[in-house]
Every structure is written in C-alpha cells, then in structure tokens.
Design a protein around this ligand. Structure first.
Ligand SMILES: [Zn+2]
Length: 236
C-alpha cells in the first residue's frame, strides 16, 4: 500500500470509530421511561394510601354504628320495661334515643360516601397498577434493546480499534503525526478523497487539473490548496 492509501484507510477507520463512539454516547439508557414509571408508581402509592385510610375509617364507623345501636337498644329496653315512672326521666330517655338515631343517620351517611370513595379509589388503583405493569414492560423491553445495541457497538468498536492500531503501527511516525495533527484541526477529516469531478471531499472545491494529474503519478503526499487536507485519489 502507498502511504496515502494507508492514510486513507486509517481515515476511514477513524471516521467509523468516531461514528461508533457518538452512537454509544447518544444511546438512551431509558431515563425518560424510568421517570414515567416513577410517576405512575408515586401515584399508585398515594392512591393505595388513600384507599387504606378510607377503609380504616369505614371500619371505625362500623364499630361506632353498632355501639350507637347498642346504646339505643339498651335505653329502649329500659324505656319499655316500665321500671321508669318519672315523666322527666322518660322524656330525657326518649330524647337520648332520638339523639342516638340522628347520630346513627350521620354515621350511615358518612359510611355511604366512604363506600363510594372506596369503590372509586379501588378502581383508580387498578388502573394505575395496570399502567405501572405496562410501563415496567416498556422499560424492560427498552433496556433489553439498549443493552444489545451497546454490546454490538462496543464489539465493533473494539475490533475496529485493533485493526486501526495495527495499521497505524505500519505508518511512518512522522506521517502519522502529521495525519493526527491535521485530523485535530480539520474536524476529524485529515485525508480527503478526490470525488468524481475532481472535487475535494473535505471542502467541496474543485482541485486544479495539474494537481489531479500529479496525484495519479506521485507517491508523495499532496494537499488540497483550499482546505489543506491530504488528498487521496484512487489510481485509474
Ligand atoms: Zn479541500
């Protein structure tokens, strides 16, 4: 291989390596999906806590409802037993029974509202659980793909890096240094191919015919007068 052919091959490998590194950088490790999953999880926790609270309150109310009923029953028993003859006392007892009845009504009203809440919250929780499951599967699928892509890119990168280093070791150190410096200054492209109509691949300016002819004959490295890149033209 001519030095310029070696440099051109090296350039192609370096360009591909840069593409591979960039592809690895921009692979999405699923952060946005993870954030969405966290949102659903948080909502699910809030709803589950609300449901638990509502159910606890319902149980408390059931207890106080039976307590109230028991109290009223005892007073009524006393009332109808005939043991109390004092009209004032009787009136007081009847008022107590009426008050307990009102209390019972309030408890039952609250229980009814809470039962509706329980039903609604249980339904919401079910929806959120299904959403979380879907999000988890989505994230899992994404991560499987992400890991496969990462591995493929890393494998190609490692294999190409070995080839690249082997080729670089065959190139004269001075030439290699010149190539590396140019690559740094020229946006990663040190060697530009001369395209069909004598156009420099690097700057897209047409190179002089004389230079194009020289490239076909000389082994020396020639550069584009416009952009300074090393020119490579396949021999005809
Ligand atoms: Zn150029």
């Amino acid at each position: 291989m001519q030095p310029v052919e070696q440099l051109f091959a090296l350039q192609r490998m370096d360009t591909r390596l840069a593409v591979l590194r960039r592809s690895l950088e921009v692979l999405d490790p699923g952060q946005s999906l993870e954030a969405l999953l966290e949102q659903v999880r948080a909502a699910e926790q809030v709803t589950a806590a609300q449901l638990k609270e509502t159910q606890t309150r319902l149980r408390d109310l059931e207890l106080s409802l039976s307590g109230t009923a028991e109290k009223a029953r005892k007073i009524e028993q006393e009332l109808y037993s005939g043991r109390v003859g004092n009209p004032k006392e009787l009136t007081a007892m009847q008022e107590d029974v009426a008050a307990l009845g009102r209390q019972r009504q309030r408890i039952e009203d609250e229980m009814l509202a809470l039962m509706e809440d329980t039903e609604r919250l249980a339904q919401e929780l079910g929806t959120l659980e299904a959403q979380r499951g879907a999000r988890e599967r989505e994230l899992e699928d994404h991560l499987t793909q992400y890991r496969a892509h990462t591995r493929a890119l890393e494998d190609e990168l490692a294999a190409l890096q070995v080839k690249r280093d082997t080729l670089a070791a065959e190139i004269t150190p001075d030439v290699l240094k010149r190539y590396e410096r140019l690559r740094e200054r020229k946006d990663g492209l040190a060697v530009a191919q001369v395209l069909g109509d004598g156009i420099c691949e690097g700057c897209h300016v047409k190179i002089p015919d004389r230079l194009y002819a020289d490239l076909q004959e000389t082994d020396a490295l020639r550069t584009c007068e416009e952009c300074g890149r090393i020119l490579y033209a396949p021999r005809r």
